[in-house]
Design a protein around this ligand. Sequence first.
Ligand SMILES: [Zn+2]
Length: 387
Amino acid sequence: MHPDASWGPLAGSARDAALAVLLHGPISRGELAQRLDLTPGTVTRLTRPLIDGGLLVARGKRRTPAAGRPFEPLDIAADSRHFAGVKITATAVYAVVTDLRARPLGAATRAMGSTAPESVAELVAATVRAAAEAAGGPELAAAGVGLGGNVTGDPGHVYATFLGWADVAIAPMIAELLGVPTVATNDVAALVRAAQWFGMARDLDSFAMLTVGAGVGYGCVIHGEPVEPRVELARVSHLPIDPLGPLCDEGHRGCATALLAETSIRRQLSGALGRDVGYDEALDLAAAGQPAARAVISASARALGTLAGYAAVLTGCEHVMLSGEGVRIAEVAPDDVHAGIRSVLHGDADAIDLRIEHAPFEEWARGAAVRAIQTYVLGEGAHAPLG
Ligand SMILES: [Zn+2]
């Protein structure tokens, strides 16, 4: 392991300082003091041990154009530690290895075999090792594993119906195989934080995110703090949208999943055309104007707009991100998305700042690496420090 464990996980003002440098560096001590509402002296005292510990570095002296005193901006030592991020889907495991800024340095993919937890843990470890090799073989400090499901407690009890898992503590199994601390996370929660820190939402104090693909995901950030949905109240993925819509696998008529999820779209269109239709093909056919595909994707896009409208109204925030492998729905049928928004906002679709981000599975994996950085460097949640 790393010889110097004098940082991570951090707490209090030191954490805030490290996070500000991570997100905004290189940054002068004066600007940092301003951002944190601290005196420059306090900032110098806070950051010295982080520099000594190798988390922060002072870049070469710079002078402002006004030729004031020269200053040394602080920056994160991005290559001082490396992290693995993993996304598990029903058909494959995706892994990336990143630096401290969550920049991907290497990636690997392995097809899913058995969904037994022991087999998946071994597949995850093998995929991470392949990604590390592709990244030039850095030593890993920690790993994050994201998947569609509910993750509660520490070390993380995973409930994931797409894998047939109920209360599986997958993170300790992977940690044992990789020899590094590992955290499991809901994949949308990880993608939300990645967007907030390093992605399309980095300029936003508050936003909501909807993801569409194999399932429907939701998360939001309010005044800088991520808020995870309370699945014990209700799942956003199964909220009722259209009382005349198709059925989901759980028997809800016209819920978000019934209208938006990949299997539902495929099932509807395969039924209409009398042959097996793939997800991408359904979107291609709709884009080409094929009437049956057009009808199915129209209803999907309208449902997506309706959900986006509700997300904005209920979070009190006009910024709504759309992501996931099915986000093409919004590009194939933008008018229907807007019709859905208008149905909620009484006609004013422009009141919402809708941002579409294509997130390939490597981006989801990167989100899980961000979760590992949050947990083991920035001390979010109660976890043992890195050794
Ligand atoms: Zn449902």
